[in-house]
Design a protein around this ligand. Structure first.
Ligand code: ADP
Length: 469
């Protein structure tokens, strides 16, 4: 059977309350019953002795028995459910409750039987008698018997006491149940409301509505985390969705220009408006190369985003030295000086190929946007938990209005100039994706006309739980 969390919690509370109360009631009843029975039995013995003592006191040596006082004791005892018979030394009856009032004696026994049956339905009791020798100064002065409903009986007062106790227990039980019901309902509501909100938010997200604000006032840590996770999920999905939409628009936009150039050139040549000379074919070839570069960059980006990382421990200093050597020809041709002073090994846990791509992207940008005779400085340092890589150039710099967007796909700060450099605006997007996949950060500072500085922070170990960057 499927039931709501709220009902489940409420019923669980009630169920546990019933179990606890039942256990407490049963234990209390058993203990109480046992104690009460032994108290009643001890009380019968005590009362018998008291009566015996009282009767003995009614004998005066020389004067004999005070039958009047014995009768008083007998009547009082009868009222308490005890049937007394007293005989003197010669066996003569001094007082006999039955002779005094036979009906009352029978009624009394019957009354005690009723009391016992009302408390213990089906109780099998019977009339019992205790016989005593009456002694004074070590001399037998008579005999007496005390009859009662045995093995023990409950007087009206006893019955009232035990019934009141049971009523109190029942009252406490009902109160506890009511309390459990209210507490269960309130707690269940407090727990289930944020979950219901999270379900609504998840449904809204499933329907593509990422904008709905999700917040929870719950003070339960897990529910707070559920709330913030739902909000983050909505934000991430919204981000992904807008990235996906923008990627399609960006790709279309990027391909439109070279394709339009190709189309117009081809049509003009086919219609005979233009002659098919080497120069025009070179323009077309250039546009085809451009389209090819965009497609290559896109497939590289999708590879980095989808393929699993291959972590290993390697020397980053060595890797950078290798990459710098591969740039040597290019930098010499452009009249740019590459400076990297670090010689000590700095080891890092990372995907070697992907991190190589980051260094290549940053160096290629630095020398692409440097001015002839410019200097590109590479810095590498380490702390206990991180490695800091810095690539600094004194090139053209980036306009502050472009700075927030340079990590976005296809974003190029200076489009006219970038067409010449051949950049497709995807290098920094790839670098950022790789650095973040390592748990690191990448930041850019730039002054237009003065130069650019890219700072990358990478955690040395992937196992460290705290993100140190
Ligand atoms: P691209 O392939 O066009 O270089 P990137 O994603 O690497 O693409 O860079 C995005 C844009 O950021 C570049 O088009 C360029 O305008 C700007 N940029 C990146 N690095 C530098 C730099 N070192 N100096 C000046 N501008 C830069």
């Amino acid at each position: 059977m499927v039931i709501s969390l709220r009902s489940r919690l409420t019923w669980t509370y009630i169920f546990f309350a019933i179990i606890c109360i039942a256990i407490i009631s049963i234990l209390a009843n058993i203990t109480l019953e046992r104690q009460f029975r032994s108290y009643i039995k001890a009380n019968i013995v005590k009362t018998n002795l008291q009566i015996k003592k009282g009767i003995i006191q009614q004998y005066q040596t020389g004067r004999g028995w005070n039958t009047h006082a014995i009768e008083q004791i007998g009547v009082q005892s009868l009222e308490r459910g005890l049937i007394i018979t007293v005989h003197d030394m010669e066996g003569r009856t001094l007082w006999d409750a039955r002779a005094y009032d036979y009906r009352l004696c029978e009624q009394m026994i019957e009354h005690m039987s009723k009391n016992m049956n009302s408390r213990y339905p089906g109780w099998q009791g019977s009339y019992m008698e205790n016989r005593f020798d009456l002694m004074k100064n070590n001399k037998t002065i008579g005999t007496m018997s005390i009859g009662y409903y045995g093995p023990f009986f409950l007087t009206d007062t006893d019955l009232l006491f035990i019934n009141t106790l049971n009523h109190i227990l029942l009252g406490v039980t009902l109160f506890a149940l009511l309390f459990a019901l209210i507490l269960g309902a309130v707690t269940a509501k407090r727990l289930s409301d944020p979950i219901a909100d999270a379900i609504n938010a998840a449904e809204a997200i499933a329907e593509g509505n990422y904008r709905s604000e999700y917040s929870t006032s719950s003070r339960v840590i897990e529910l707070q985390r559920l709330g913030s996770t739902m909000q983050r999920l909505a934000d991430v999905l919204q981000n992904q969705e807008s990235l996906r939409k923008r990627l399609t628009a960006d790709v279309a936009h990027e391909l439109r220009t070279p394709l339009a150039t190709l189309q117009s050139h081809m049509e003009a040549m086919m219609d005979g408006v233009w002659e098919m000379d080497k120069k025009r074919l070179e323009v077309c070839h250039g546009e085809i190369l451009r389209i090819q570069r965009i497609v290559q960059d896109l497939s590289r980006l999708s590879k980095y985003e989808s393929e699993p990382m291959q972590f290993s421990r390697f020397d980053l200093t060595q890797l950078i030295h290798n990459i710098i050597s591969s740039f040597e020809v290019e930098t010499v041709n452009n009249g740019i000086k590459l400076s990297f002073q670090t010689t000590n090994s700095i080891f890092i846990d990372g995907d070697r190929d992907r991190l190589s791509q980051v260094v290549i992207n940053l160096l290629s940008n630095a020398q692409k946007y440097a001015r002839p005779g410019g200097v590109v400085t590479i810095g590498l340092s380490e702390t206990d938990a991180t490695v800091e890589l810095e690539v600094k150039d004194n090139g053209i710099g980036i306009d502050p209005s472009d700075l927030p967007y340079i990590f976005e796909r296809f974003y190029r700060a200076d489009r006219s100039r970038n067409r010449l450099t051949g950049g497709s605006g995807i290098g920094l997007t790839i670098s950022k994706a790789i650095v973040e996949a390592h748990g690191g950060t990448i930041k850019v500072q730039s002054i237009l006309g003065e130069g650019t500085q890219v700072m990358v922070c990478l955690p040395k170990r992937q196992s460290s739980s705290a993100n140190s960057c």
